[in-house]
Design a protein around this ligand. Sequence first.
Ligand SMILES: Cc1cc2nc3c(=O)[nH]c(=O)nc-3n(C[C@H](O)[C@H](O)[C@H](O)COP(=O)(O)OP(=O)(O)OC[C@H]3O[C@@H](n4cnc5c(N)ncnc54)[C@H](O)[C@@H]3O)c2cc1C
Length: 179
Amino acid sequence: MDFDFTEEQRMFRDALRDFMQREYAPIVDKRDREGPFTREEEIEINKNFQKIGIGIDPENIKAFLDPVLFGIMSEEISKVWASLLPLPGMGAIPATFVPIASDDLKSRVLPRLEKGEFVGAFAETEPEAGCDTRDIQTTAKLEGDYYIVNGTKTWISNAVTCDMAYVGVKDPETGAQTF
Ligand SMILES: Cc1cc2nc3c(=O)[nH]c(=O)nc-3n(C[C@H](O)[C@H](O)[C@H](O)COP(=O)(O)OP(=O)(O)OC[C@H]3O[C@@H](n4cnc5c(N)ncnc54)[C@H](O)[C@@H]3O)c2cc1C
């Protein structure tokens, strides 16, 4: 089996490596000590990453859906500034819903995704359920047209700034899990 990167993967890695050195290496030490990003900063970072083809809009989602590109992205961003990764990483997960979303949801979400003005979150971890996600206790119960979600999540990157969260839940009757 050939484990070498393809030409496209190598070009993506090199472009991202240069970009991180140029844009973020000079500011990481100072900015990281000043506390969490504001939502405005997160959107600016999203837009910056879009310039090199990393994003959560439908055009740029391929870096998220291809596991090798996702690995390269995680490694190159984290090498310089790990705190940036939850934006194109965890933050991108709700965007994977868009191709199968209802027209109503698409019309509300797509324009903001395309402009990078959308922050997502992936909420799986709970106080009593970390690596072993079989233990999640958050439930979702269908009542009329809505699901009523009850539970506690912890360690959720982008939780306080996100527009949409992908929340791990279980059916209280069958125990089946979904998002
Ligand atoms: C900075 C940061 C950001 C995060 N962002 C998110 C987020 O956006 N969304 C989200 O859902 N979560 C997030 N998390 C949570 C992260 O996914 C959990 O911390 C992780 O899953 C580990 O869970 P835990 O801390 O409860 O450790 P535990 O699950 O208790 O694990 C502790 C140790 O036990 C080992 N272990 C656990 N179970 C087993 C097993 N069955 N067999 C062998 N070894 C085992 C683990 O490898 C680990 O070494 C974040 C965490 C951090 C630190």
